[in-house]
Write a protein that binds this ligand. Structure first.
Ligand SMILES: Nc1ncnc2c1ncn2[C@@H]1O[C@H](COP(=O)(O)OP(=O)(O)OP(=O)(O)O)[C@@H](O)[C@H]1O
Length: 271
């Protein structure tokens, strides 16, 4: 639809977070529009998790205006907002009940609850199993969550998040702890989700450029609580920008699948 106005998924306007003496986020201005997928890159302590927690309504700005899915913080119902956001993070694993069956955990996403306390219709359980199957996790059905590998757990968390048909899906370092092959398998599933016409906007946080699949066509570079740069991946994921961003000599390569690999270079080999 030519000329159609795309809605904002989120919009930060001069948002800061100050804790005591510490400025954790500093004048963040950033917009994600409908149908955009973004990746956030930054070193340890850059403020990535804090940024995600803010979008999820767990941390509030000290200054500035934050609008998420049409709701302005301070004027919107945060619990209702949270139900429209899917959240996948290894941190979530600490909250889940490890003895629950995989399909129960997936279904609990529909009710935004940690355990399955609500009564549910058989068709809802079928939907949970179908979601898992679509993500390639049919063999996990019937198993308790605690016996799953890290890669399998991430798949379950994604299926769980999708149960609520979120408008925004946050993937907080989803490849943490995965081996080479489990990581590729998970990335392939994320790619499939992105390609579906009904896909939510995706927001991925990662430490590694190679995890930024081409579907993440927009990138935010976060450094010490500030936006260092934001924009199209091809404009930012290059030798010059990344070398300045990380402040260290790097070698940057792009593979034939348009994935970007970054290697730190020792000073001796830098020239
Ligand atoms: N509630 C808080 N009070 C004080 N400092 C905090 C608080 N929350 C976060 N910080 C600090 O803010 C900085 C950013 O933390 P954050 O967890 O957002 O970084 P990150 O980019 O996600 O790091 P990592 O990649 O290591 O996960 C850190 O130095 C952290 O210690």
């Amino acid at each position: 639809m030519k000329g159609a106005q795309r809605m904002n998924i989120l919009s930060f306007e001069n948002v800061s977070l100050i804790k005591g003496e510490r400025q954790i986020l500093n004048k963040i201005s950033w917009t994600i529009k409908e149908k955009e997928n973004w990746a956030v890159l930054g070193l340890n302590g850059a403020g990535k998790t804090t940024l995600l927690k803010m979008i999820h309504g767990d941390v509030w700005p000290t200054e500035g205006t934050l609008e998420v899915l049409g709701g302005v913080f301070g004027h919107t119902n945060i619990p209702a907002l949270k139900r429209r956001i899917g959240w996948v993070s290894t941190a979530l694993q600490d909250w889940l009940h490890p003895g629950d069956l995989v399909e129960e955990i997936v279904l609990s996403g529909k009710f935004a609850s940690i355990g399955l306390y609500e009564s549910y219709a058989p068709v809802e359980m079928e939907e949970a199993k179908a979601r898992l199957t679509k993500l390639g996790g049919a063999k996990l059905i019937g198993k308790p969550y605690r016996v799953l590998s890290q890669g399998e757990r991430q798949l379950v968390l994604i299926a769980r998040a999708l149960m609520a048909r979120p408008e925004l899906l946050i993937l907080d370092e989803p490849c943490n702890g995965l081996d080479l092959f489990a990581r590729e398998a998970l990335l392939a599933k994320i790619s499939e989700i992105a390609a579906a016409p009904t896909s939510p906007a995706l927001l991925l946080v990662s430490h590694y450029t190679e995890e930024l699949l081409p579907c993440f066509d927009n990138v935010l570079l976060l450094k010490k609580g500030r936006i260092y740069a934001s924009g199209k991946r091809q404009e930012l994921l290059n030798q010059e920008t990344l070398t300045h961003f990380y402040g260290a000599p790097l070698e940057v390569r792009t593979d034939d699948k348009k994935r970007v690999l970054v290697y730190p270079r020792s000073e001796a080999n830098a020239n």
